[in-house]
Design a binder for this molecule. Structure first.
Ligand code: DC
Length: 219
């Protein structure tokens, strides 16, 4: 498929479990664009804070932590100070903590340049909570992916079970609802639908159908 312009920038936002990660990664591969999982950045900071015993409300300590760690994204792998932590950042504990630290605008500002640095070469598919509203306001295409809490909890459950985690679907549903509440109600860059965003509910769509729909938006 030929892009209307190069570089091209696709920004995708949506709540936990809406399928953003899977969909954005597939589109980036299809179109040979870079991929940014902005949630992974919050998760690396959260993981690092947890192992350094920094509470989620200590914004100054969290911000200076960002300056002192080395995070890298290599293909599917996430590295913290050259150690692979790919699966360690996907636990329910890190999910909750990353949503808690994401309320701090000072911390969010600290990682703006890092996120924007992924926009290079042919362009980027970026996914998260504020890609369409704050980080990439000039994106060529903005998409808001949604799905019911029940469907989203089921997807997360399957992902976590496949990775060998011991999780409970009821707890996961509660955790997702709490995270939705925190991510949409916070003052700093809350998750919301951008004016120009195309809204896509993925409840009854397969991964392939969702990717195809987004590709049709490009034209
Ligand atoms: O996309 P995710 O579930 O991996 O994100 C984990 C948390 O990080 C999410 O609950 C809130 C925060 N986050 C954010 O505030 N802004 C982003 N652009 C991405 C994630």
């Amino acid at each position: 498929m030929k892009l209307p312009k190069i570089p091209y920038l696709i920004a995708i936002d949506g709540p936990a479990g809406s399928g953003k990660g899977t969909i954005a990664k597939l589109i980036s591969k299809k179109l040979s664009l870079n991929y940014l999982d902005s949630g992974a950045i919050y998760r690396v900071i959260a993981f690092s804070a947890i192992i350094n015993n920094i509470p989620s409300d200590q914004v100054l300590k969290l911000t200076s932590l960002v300056g002192s760690i080395n995070m890298k994204f290599e293909g599917e792998d996430v590295l913290l100070n050259n150690k692979v932590i790919t699966d360690k950042i996907r636990t329910p504990e890190v999910s909750k903590f990353s949503s808690e630290i994401a309320v701090h605008s000072k911390l969010r500002d600290e990682i703006l340049n890092l996120q924007r640095s992924f926009y290079r070469g042919n362009g980027l598919v970026a996914e998260g909570r504020d890609m369409t509203t704050v980080v990439f306001v000039n994106a060529d295409l903005k998409v808001y992916l949604d799905a019911s809490p029940h469907k989203r909890a089921n997807r997360r459950y399957k992902q976590l079970i496949l990775k060998g985690n011991n999780v409970n679907i009821q707890e996961l549903t509660c955790e997702i609802k709490a995270r939705d509440k925190r991510d949409t109600e916070r003052k700093a860059s809350p998750l919301k639908i951008a004016d120009e965003a195309k809204i896509l509910n993925t409840d009854d769509l397969t991964i392939g159908q969702t990717v195809d729909k987004i590709l049709t938006f490009i034209n």
